[in-house]
Design a protein around this ligand. Structure first.
Ligand SMILES: NC(=O)C1=CN([C@@H]2O[C@H](COP(=O)(O)OP(=O)(O)OC[C@H]3O[C@@H](n4cnc5c(N)ncnc54)[C@H](OP(=O)(O)O)[C@@H]3O)[C@@H](O)[C@H]2O)C=CC1
Ligand SMILES: O=C1O[C@H](COP(=O)(O)O)[C@@H](O)[C@H](O)[C@H]1O
Length: 487
């Protein structure tokens, strides 16, 4: 999935929402890492846009402070900091008002370093709420700032439901062609998530058993220790289903469940993911009540300043209705203020068909492939081994471990760092296509509607806990349990 090194033309990288949490915590540190590794194309400029009354110097100060907070200390290098901050500009404008946009036009058109007719590659990164995507695109279009080489990057969630995601995608699609639109899902930028494709399709040993005959069930967990931090206003309108499940968790499910694409490239991979989303068994009515759990940590209302019914935890049971996966449950869960920060996928295989070792019944544990996105990126294949020693065969759980930190000298790039590079190079494989986003909303929508219709109150859980007991019951009903860290 990595393109050969190319000499890229300069970029004008405009970040709408350039003073926001995402820009300061993730995007600018990602761009800094690229700068440090000499990967930013020469002549690249980074233009932050927000309503804040900042000039270039003020923005450079703000970003420098953010880099000190969010870049690993041993990566902070005076030269790279200087080079990156020298690229920064800030424009104060209100996206909702027609004023001041001419200044963006002036800045983007003013490239004395480029020969006449050769513009920089313009990348418009929309790190603002998705209601603002349409107005931004319209203004860029009206100012003549959209050329065929331009790209636009959309942050998730795109819309708040199926209807609004159609509206947002329509509004962006009126100005940009689909090939210019990069819908970001930072989970697809994680090395271990990309490695799922490689593990499945650059090896042969898994394929014969990667189906309902041998896989008992799949678990996908993204558990966070942090609460909603400074993002309460956004989060309270979104909740965990829109914030995490509709995008990150379903994308991971797709990579586990998809058929082999003809080659790893933009459309083949996305075509296969789309088929998985379209094969998800709809959860409606009584199924929603039975197969979903909504939770909220007990101090959430205080955090957002009012009583709220927004979920900060979701667990659910999904099914992919196709030949490969019929009858295999995919259990998904995510939540805030839980006991651990951990993102994992567990593919749990069936028991061997026959217990042939004396006294082995109940001693073996099913084979299991654990993919660890964080912490300690890697993979473990859990198996049963012979305990060493004479006198009969005693069985013992053991595992084959792949830890990225041990196996590779290079550090794994942060997801945004990797994905921003792909945007600059114009590589769409790790970005969501419109039909994928809408298919994910199509599946999510009836759950949202049923929760609303039935006024499903979230069950409370204690911060620092494993989440609501109902999530454990969801699996216990099927005679299964969540795999917890390290076990
Ligand atoms: N933060 C995160 O970890 C993640 C965020 N996202 C998504 O990224 C987007 C941004 O999130 P986040 O950074 O957290 O949000 P913030 O509220 O922290 O930042 C919003 C940014 O947009 C600017 N802004 C808001 N309204 C306008 C306006 N009318 N005109 C110009 N600028 C405006 C704000 O600056 P000012 O108020 O000065 O105008 C600020 O720079 C959202 O869509 C979110 O869902 C996605 C994944 C993770
Ligand atoms: O997109 C989001 O992801 C983060 C979790 O990302 P991770 O890489 O730290 O697992 C989540 O905190 C945030 O609410 C959500 O918008």
């Amino acid at each position: 999935m990595t393109a050969p090194d190319l000499v890229l033309p300069p970029c004008d990288f405009t970040v709408f929402g350039g003073t926001g949490d995402l820009a300061l915590r993730k995007l600018l540190p990602g761009l800094y890492e690229q700068e440090r590794r000499g990967q930013l194309p020469a002549g690249t400029r980074i233009i932050g846009v927000s309503r804040s009354p900042l000039d270039d110097a003020g923005y450079r100060d703000l970003v420098t402070r953010a880099l000190f907070d969010h870049v690993a200390e041993d990566h902070l290098e005076a030269g790279a900091l200087h080079r990156l901050t020298a690229r920064l500009h800030h424009l104060s404008l209100d996206i909702g008002s027609a004023d001041d946009w001419h200044r963006l036009h002036g800045l983007l058109k003013d490239r004395p370093d480029r020969p006449a007719g050769e513009e920089a590659t313009r990348i418009h990164y929309l790190a603002v709420a998705s209601e603002l995507f349409g107005p931004i695109c319209d203004r860029l279009d009206a100012l003549g700032l959209v050329t065929p080489e331009c790209r636009v990057v959309l942050e998730k969630p795109i819309g708040a439901d199926l209807a609004s995601s159609h509206q947002v995608n329509d509004a962006v699609g009126r100005v940009f062609a689909e090939r210019q639109i990069f819908r970001i899902d930072h989970y697809l930028g994680k090395e271990s998530v990309q490695n799922l494709l490689v593990t499945r399709f650059a090896n042969v040993f898994l394929e014969p058993i990667w189906n309902s005959r041998w896989v008992d069930h799949v678990q996908i967990t993204v558990s966070e220790t942090l609460g909603v931090a400074g993002r309460g206003e956004y989060y309270d309108k979104a909740g965990a289903l829109r914030d995490m499940v509709q995008n990150h968790l379903l994308q991971m499910l797709c990579l586990i469940a998809m058929e082999p694409p003809t080659y790893v490239g933009g459309d083949p991979v996305r075509d296969e993911k789309l088929k998985v989303l379209q094969a998800l068994k709809p959860l409606t009515g009584a199924d929603v009540d039975r197969f979903t759990v909504r939770g909220q940590y007990t101090s959430y209302g205080e955090k957002v300043g009012h009583p709220s019914t927004t979920e900060t935890f979701v667990a659910l049971r999904a099914e992919v209705q196709n030949w490969r996966w019929a009858g295999v449950p995919f259990y998904l869960r995510t939540g805030k203020r839980l006991a651990r920060k951990e993102s994992t996928i567990e593919v749990v295989f069936k028991e061997p068909p026959h217990a042939m070792f004396p006294h082995s019944e109940g001693v073996t544990t099913p084979n299991r492939l654990t993919v660890r996105m964080q912490p300690d990126e890697g993979m473990q294949l859990h198996m049963t081994a012979k305990h060493p020693g004479p006198g009969g065969i005693r069985l013992h759980p053991a595992s084959l471990d792949l830890s990225y930190a041990d196996a590779f000298d290079e550090r794994s790039p942060e997801p945004y760092e990797r994905l921003l590079m792909d945007v600059m190079r114009g590589i769409p494989t790790l970005f969501m296509r419109r039909d994928e986003v809408e298919a994910a909303w199509t599946w999510t929508q009836p759950v949202l509607e049923q929760w609303e219709r039935a006024a499903v109150e979230p069950v409370r859980y204690h911060p620092g806990s494993e989440g609501p007991a109902a999530a454990a019951r969801l699996l216990a009903r099927d005679g299964r349990r969540w795999q917890e860290a390290g076990r």
